[in-house]
Write a protein that binds this ligand. Structure first.
Ligand SMILES: [Zn+2]
Ligand SMILES: [Zn+2]
Length: 344
C-alpha cells in the first residue's frame, strides 16, 4: 500500500510503498478515509537525531498521521464489539492499560508513557492502518470522516482543557486563544458552546484574524506584546480568566502570562519549546500555569456526540495522500486555514 513516512532526520516526509498491515489479535485494520496533518508532526520532524531517538524513543521510518478516521475492513483474532464496515475514529493515546492513570481513562497521561499511532506506531497517512484494540476507537456512524478526523487532536486537546478550567469561565469572563490555527479555531468555537466568556483570538496579522472572527471570536488581535494591554482593556481591567497558548514558542508564553489576570489559568498547549517564569510577585496572584497533552477517549466520545447534535465548523483543506509532503510544507509556511486533511 501507499503511505507517507518520515524516513530521514531533517528531510521532508516521503510518499512510499510499504507492506499492508495485518490485524493484531483483539484489534483491527481500518481503511483510512481521512487523516489530519498537525504541527506536532512538524515538531517531531524538527528534532535532532539524539532527541528524536533518546528523549522521545522514536524510530525511523515513521508513518505519520495521528488524527485518523476510517472504516473497519478486517478484525484480528478474538476481536469483539465491532463489525467490519463500522466507521470509527482512532483515539491517539495508547496507554499501558494497567497503571492508575489508564484505569482512570487518562491513557494520554499513562505513567509508563503512551504510544501513539503516527509517532511510535504506524499512523493514518496510509491506505490502511492497524489499531491494537477496540478500546482505542470511537464509532462515528455516518458522520463525515474528513470533518471528524481532526477531532482526534485539534478538537480533543482544546475540549479537554476547557473542561478542566470551565469553572473559571462565567458571564463576564474572558478567554484568550493564541494561534487561530488547527486547534485554535476549534477552541474558539468550543468556548462559545461551553461557556459565556468572551473569546479573544491572537494571531499574526492578516487572514488568520478574519478567520478567527468567522469561527466565533468576539475580538481578534495581532499577536504582539501590545495585545496584552488590549486584552486588559477589553476585560474591564481584569485580564483573561483562561489563556490557551496553542503556539507556546518564541514570545507567546510571555504574552500568554501577560494576558492572564488574578486566579486565571494559562495553558501551554502548543508543541513548542517556549516557557514562562512563575514565582512570588512575578505572575498575578494565584495564576495557574500548566501544559496539556490530548485528552481521554471518553472526552473524544463527548465531542463526537456534540458534533452529532450541532456540527462544529471544522475548516478542512483536503489533499490526496500523495500530496501530503506538499501539504506539510504549506502548513510550515502558515498557508493552511484550519486543518489540512489527507484523503487516501
Ligand atoms: Zn497533533
Ligand atoms: Zn498506563
Amino acid at each position: 500500500m501507499k503511505a507517507v513516512q518520515y524516513r530521514e532526520i531533517g528531510k521532508p516526509p516521503e510518499y512510499v510503498d510499504v507492506e499492508d498491515p495485518t490485524p493484531p489479535p483483539g484489534g483491527m485494520v481500518i481503511k483510512v478515509l481521512a487523516s489530519g496533518l498537525c504541527h506536532s508532526d512538524e515538531f517531531v520532524m524538527s528534532l535532532d537525531e539524539k532527541t528524536f531517538r533518546e528523549a522521545y524513543g522514536y524510530e525511523l521510518p515513521m508513518t505519520l498521521g495521528h488524527e485518523s478516521a476510517g472504516e473497519i475492513v478486517e478484525l484480528g483474532e478474538g476481536t469483539k464489539g465491532v463489525e467490519v464496515g463500522d466507521r470509527v475514529l482512532v483515539y491517539g493515546c495508547w496507554g499501558c492499560g494497567v497503571c492508575d492513570l489508564c484505569a482512570r481513562g487518562n491513557e494520554n497521561l499513562c505513567r509508563r508513557g503512551m504510544t501513539s499511532p503516527g509517532f511510535a506506531e504506524p499512523g493514518g497517512m496510509a491506505e490502511y492502518m492497524a489499531v491494537d484494540s477496540v478500546q482505542h476507537i470511537v464509532p462515528i456512524e455516518d458522520l463525515d470522516p474528513i470533518k471528524m478526523a481532526p477531532l482526534n487532536d485539534a478538537g480533543l486537546t482544546p475540549y479537554s482543557i476547557i473542561k478542566r478550567f470551565r469553572h473559571k469561565l462565567r458571564a463576564g469572563s474572558t478567554a484568550v486563544v493564541i494561534g487561530a490555527g488547527g486547534l485554535g479555531h476549534v477552541a474558539i468555537q468550543l468556548l462559545r458552546r461551553m461557556s459565556d466568556a468572551q473569546g479573544i483570538a491572537l494571531d499574526l496579522k492578516g487572514p488568520k484574524l478574519q478567520f478567527a472572527k468567522e469561527v466565533g471570536a468576539h475580538h481578534a488581535l495581532v499577536s504582539e506584546p501590545a495585545a496584552a494591554k488590549k486584552v486588559l482593556e477589553l476585560s474591564s481591567g481584569r485580564g483573561a480568566d483562561l489563556v490557551l497558548d496553542f503556539v507556546a514558542n518564541g514570545p507567546t508564553p510571555d504574552l500568554a502570562v501577560a494576558c492572564g489576570g488574578i486566579q486565571s489559568a494559562v495553558v501551554f498547549a502548543g508543541a513548542g519549546s517556549g516557557h514562562a517564569k512563575v514565582g512570588f510577585g512575578i505572575v498575578p496572584w494565584e495564576m495557574e500555569l500548566s501544559n496539556s497533552l490530548w485528552g481521554t477517549r471518553l472526552e473524544l466520545m463527548e465531542l463526537v456526540e456534540m458534533a452529532k447534535r450541532e456540527p462544529l465548523e471544522i475548516r478542512t483543506t483536503p489533499f490526496p495522500l500523495e500530496l501530503a509532503p506538499m501539504a506539510y510544507r504549506m502548513l510550515h509556511e502558515g498557508k493552511i486555514d484550519g486543518r489540512a486533511v489527507c484523503v487516501p
